[in-house]
Ligand binder design. Structure first.
Ligand SMILES: Cc1ncc(COP(=O)(O)O)c(C=O)c1O
Length: 364
């Protein structure tokens, strides 16, 4: 009885959500989470070890993460005070939902708009914070439906709009002119452009962010080799970043995370560039190979994964791959348009070859 009464204290919106689940023991070839397939080579690990050697882990981390924010400003532009840091960009999505939640006049709840399908945490996190969410279907090419987005923003007056470009799970970039028109057309909303996969597209909205205070950029190290250290950021106008800082836990980024992230953005930058170049060329090779099977069609990708349409039974194909120790992502129960699709992260050339052979084995 007391459990029931304690459960009644949780936000009612949680009843409609499920916790984000990660499979327990990863198979040999893990192509399901859009991570980089490479850990650091021995020389870079030695460099991490020597830097870590100096860490005073008896002390709290630098709560302002000065070195890391300087490295971000150096690498990505702007001033260090435009950057707010989080344990992955997931934490920034949560911080923005906490901080920017004043409902507009005449509305009961704050509203967030995003195209769909997209990264599920925009919806989940916003709902968990009591926001109203509005998903606007992408067009037939997985691009923004500019008119429908404009109509939704006009009607709902959202506090936030999210655009992941390249988008997860569709893999493509949205048309730049459509994003620019929405950002410029609705200056009283914060437009958050999520560039989690930007390294693989070679595109950035940094200049738009510099020109317009209603534009923020979300970024992360997770997709370029550092998912394990959990470092993400949002870059936004200093007046807004100062407000967001008020809800950030002061020591949300550990000393090791700050140290490794600073190396990633400085000394390791050439290594990351090499990895990115290899992934992009492997992406094209894998797409050509998979498209060679009549049953599979790869959508164009600007990221480190491919969304692949399969005309057969998706769960059966995924199970057959898992039997061969290869994990890919399927979307059972999610967006209807994704049910006939699988998402495959680009692995090392050897892993991709293993996938190509396994698919050949299964589909004949
Ligand atoms: C579009 C997009 N944004 C943000 C994230 C979150 O990344 P992290 O919290 O690891 O920085 C992901 C992770 O899959 C993503 O796909």
């Amino acid at each position: 009885m007391s459990i029931e009464s304690l459960k009644s204290l949780f936000r009612p919106e949680l009843a409609e959500l499920s916790a984000y689940r990660v499979p327990p023991s990863p198979p040999a070839v893990k192509l399901d989470a859009n991570e980089s397939p490479w850990t650091l080579p021995p020389e870079a690990r030695a460099r991490v070890a020597s830097v870590m050697h100096t860490a005073e882990i008896n002390r709290y981390p630098d709560g302002r993460a000065v070195e890391l924010r300087k490295a971000l400003a150096w690498g990505l532009g702007g001033s260090k005070d435009e950057y707010v840091l989080g344990a992955g960009s997931d934490e920034l999505i949560s911080l923005m939902a906490t901080a920017m939640s004043a409902p507009r006049a005449g509305r009961e709840r704050p509203v967030v708009v995003f195209p769909e399908p997209t990264f599920v945490m925009y919806r989940m996190t916003s709902r968990a914070h009591g926001w109203q969410t509005m998903g606007v279907p992408l067009d037939d090419h997985w691009d923004l439906d500019a008119d429908a987005m404009a109509a939704a923003i006009e009607e709902a007056e959202p506090n936030l709009v999210y655009y992941a470009t390249p988008n997860n799970p569709t893999g493509n970039c949205f048309s730049r002119d459509r994003i620019e028109a929405l950002v410029n057309g609705f200056p009283n909303t914060l437009h958050v452009i999520d560039e989690a996969y930007g390294a693989y597209s070679g595109q950035s909205f940094a200049s738009l962010c510099e020109e317009t205070p209603q534009c923020a950029l979300l970024g992360t190290l997770s997709k370029v080799g550092f998912a394990g250290i959990r470092v993400g950021w949002v870059r936004l106008d200093e007046a807004l970043s100062a407000e967001l800082e008020k809800v950030r836990q002061p020591f949300n980024l550990s000393t090791p995370s700050q140290m490794v992230a600073t190396l990633a953005l400085t000394d390791f930058a050439p290594l990351l560039e090499d990895h990115i170049t290899t992934i992009v060329s492997e992406r094209e090779r894998l797409a050509t190979e998979l498209d060679g099977h009549g049953a599979l069609t790869c959508f164009p990708s600007d990221s480190n994964f491919l969304l692949v349409h399969y005309s057969g039974d998706v769960p059966e194909l995924c199970a057959a791959l898992l039997d061969r120790e290869i994990a890919v992502r399927q979307f059972a129960g999610g967006n209807e348009r994704l049910r006939s699709c699988i998402r495959i992260t680009i692995g090392t050339p050897e892993e991709n070859q293993r996938l190509i052979e396994a698919v050949g084995d299964i589909l004949g």
